[in-house]
Design a protein around this ligand. Structure first.
Ligand code: PMP
Length: 281
C-alpha cells in the first residue's frame, strides 16, 4: 500500500509522523473521505470544497489548490490500483513544540492521504438493511467542521458495535442530529423525505446534498426539519448516508422494526439513483 505524506508517495511502513504533530497531540486537524467507484472519485469537488471550508474555519492554510488535491488523489488511487473504496485525506496544523496556541505562521501543515479498498456499491448490509441504536450527542458545538477530534463519535460507534448494530444515531434535545459517521433521514407515511437542516449542529454531508438533489428530481417532497427518535421509530422508512455507505437503509431503531423490518422501496430507489449518478461521474 502506498501512502501520500507531505509531498512524497511512500510505502505504508515508511510513512511516519512526528510525536509533536498537533494532529496527534491536540486533534488539531481536518479530514475528508471521498469514495472511489470504477476507479473514479465520487463527488470529489464537493468533498474538496468542504475540506477547504473546514480548514478555513480553524485557520489552517489549505496547502493545495483544489486541482492539486485532485491530481494527488488520482495519482494515489492509480498507484494503489484502487477500483473501489475510499480516499482518506488529513491536514493538521503541523509539527511544533507542544503549546495550545498556534505555532508560528510558517509551520508547514502535515498532509496525509491513504486509500482503503472496500466494496461500496455492492454492499450486503444494504440488502439486509442496517440496525441502529440511539445515543446522547455529547459533541462540541461546531459539528459543521470536519475535525479529526472524533472521540464522541468513536464512543457512539463503539456503543453500536457493543450492541451488535451498524450505526449510532446521536440525539440532542429529543431530536436526532446525525449518525456517528453519517447523515440521518426518515421517510414519513405521507412520503416526505425528512432530514435535519444544516447548521453548526451537524456536518453538511456531501452525500446528503446529492440525495436531496436526487429526491427533488424524483419529485419527492423534501422537508429539512428536526425529527425525534419517536417519529423515526414510527416512520415508513429510514436510512443514513455517507461517502462510505452511500444510501444505507435502516430497518431497526433501538430494537424496534421500521415498518416491516425490510429496506423500504423509496430508500432502495434513492440508493440506485445515487450509485447511477456516481458511476456516471
Ligand atoms: N455526519 C458525520 C458526523 C460524519 O462523520 C459523516 C461522514 N464523514 C457524515 C455525516 C456524512 O458525510 P458525507 O456524506 O460527506 O460522507
Amino acid at each position: 500500500r502506498i501512502v501520500y505524506l507531505n509531498g512524497a508517495f511512500l510505502p505504508f511502513e515508511e510513512a511516519k509522523v512526528p510525536v509533536m504533530d498537533r494532529g496527534f497531540l491536540f486533534a488539531d486537524g481536518i479530514y475528508e473521505v471521498s469514495a472511489v467507484l470504477d476507479g473514479k472519485l465520487v463527488d470529489n469537488a464537493a468533498h474538496l470544497a468542504r475540506l477547504d471550508r473546514s480548514l478555513g474555519e480553524i485557520g489552517i492554510r489549505n496547502p493545495h489548490s483544489l486541482a492539486e488535491w485532485e491530481r494527488l488523489e488520482t495519482e494515489l488511487v492509480a498507484r494503489n490500483g484502487l477500483g473501489e473504496g475510499l480516499v482518506y485525506m488529513q491536514v493538521t496544523r503541523g509539527v511544533h513544540e507542544r503549546d495550545f496556541g498556534f505555532p508560528p505562521a510558517d509551520t508547514a501543515p502535515t498532509v496525509v492521504m491513504f486509500t482503503q479498498a472496500k466494496s461500496v456499491a455492492a454492499n450486503p448490509l444494504a440488502e439486509r438493511g442496517a440496525r441502529v441504536i440511539t445515543v446522547e450527542d455529547i459533541r462540541w458545538k461546531r459539528r459543521d467542521i470536519k475535525s479529526v477530534a472524533l472521540l464522541a463519535q468513536v464512543l457512539a460507534k463503539q456503543a453500536a458495535v457493543a450492541a451488535g448494530v451498524s450505526e449510532a444515531w446521536m440525539v440532542e434535545d429529543g431530536a436526532v442530529t446525525e449518525g456517528s459517521s453519517s447523515t440521518a433521514f426518515i421517510v414519513t407515511r405521507d412520503r416526505r423525505l425528512v432530514t435535519r437542516p444544516l447548521s453548526t449542529a451537524l456536518l453538511p454531508g456531501i452525500t446528503r446534498a446529492a440525495v436531496l438533489r436526487l429526491a427533488e428530481e424524483a419529485e419527492l417532497t423534501v422537508e429539512e426539519r428536526l425529527f425525534s427518535v419517536e417519529e423515526a421509530r414510527a416512520a415508513q422508512e429510514a436510512f443514513y448516508t455517507s461517502a462510505s455507505s452511500f444510501v444505507m437503509p435502516v430497518v431497526e431503531i433501538d430494537g424496534a422494526s421500521i415498518d416491516d423490518g425490510r429496506p423500504g422501496p423509496l430508500t432502495r430507489r434513492l440508493r440506485e439513483l445515487y450509485i447511477g449518478m456516481a458511476r456516471a461521474g
